[in-house]
Design a protein around this ligand. Structure first.
Ligand code: PEP
Length: 253
């Protein structure tokens, strides 16, 4: 039985004060609903707000994640943030390989793979994003793209490492567009990804790895998406910036 995981990707949004108050609102709202310990909840603010948000949620069920990190040890890498610094700020998760990183900042499966290995070595839980573009879906390349991304991003990991991470299937055409994959499209992609995980890590590890869906998930469509057998949670962009909609998605999970 995989625990559901709902993570909010705040992207490059929210001032320091807004980040802290959104985090506090989520903590307060979560306290009011019975969670029966069945859902992991993560918020991923900007680097600059990480420590402050981690302090604001300390002692609650909310965990904190970063949105990227660099694979090198601390040193002369201007503009970068190392995974041990992310851990030091109070984060436990880190989003890696998000499609915005892949399309705007030259992220490749190889750089994702380096980051995944270093993040795991620093005891962070990577949330590894994969997903096809609209062009790739229309050209019937979805499975090939997902297969390459899974293999490339998770290359060289042992099953005992792989079970620690979370995958996020995010069809690029559904991110921030209001277009959501149908439940069947999501389930088919998640099932396909899990089959690749079986090939890479064996049945038992593949059965334990959580695969989130991301792409315009909102309160209105969350319950149906999350009811699919291979959909183990959600990575939420837009709808995570409002405490009430984020909480409604957690409720659905
Ligand atoms: C995301 O960027 O990870 C995402 C899923 O965004 P949105 O929910 O806004 O589509």
């Amino acid at each position: 039985m995989r625990r559901k995981i709902i993570a909010g990707n705040w992207k490059m949004n929210q001032s320091l004060a807004q980040s802290e108050s959104l985090a506090r609102e989520i903590v307060t709202a979560l306290e009011a609903i019975s969670q029966r310990e069945s859902v992991d909840v993560v918020v991923c603010p900007t680097f600059i707000a990480l420590a402050q948000v981690a302090k604001a949620v300390a002692g609650s069920k909310v965990r904190v994640g970063a949105q990227d990190g660099h694979w090198e040890n601390p040193g002369a890498f201007t503009g970068k943030v190392s995974f041990d610094m992310i851990r030091d700020a109070g984060a436990e998760y880190v989003i890696l390989g998000h499609s915005e990183q892949r399309s705007y900042f030259q992220e490749t499966d190889e750089t994702v793979n380096r980051k995944v290995k270093k993040a795991l070595a620093e005891n962070l839980i990577p949330i590894v994003c994969i997903g096809e573009t609209l062009e790739q879906r229309e050209a019937d390349q979805t499975e090939q793209v997902l297969s390459e991304q899974v293999k490339g991003s998770l290359k060289g990991l042992a099953p005992e490492q792989a079970i620690k991470l979370v995958l996020a299937y995010e069809p690029v055409w559904a991110i921030g567009t209001g277009k959501t994959a149908t439940t069947q499209q999501a389930q088919d992609a998640h099932r396909f990804v899990r089959e690749r995980l079986v090939e890479l890590f064996g049945d038992s590890a593949a059965g334990a790895i959580r695969i989130q869906y991301g792409g315009s998930m909102k309160p209105e469509n969350a319950a149906e998406l999350l009811s699919q057998p291979d959909v183990d949670g959600g990575l939420i962009g837009g709808a995570s910036l409002k405490a009430s909609s984020f909480i409604d998605i957690i409720r659905a999970a």
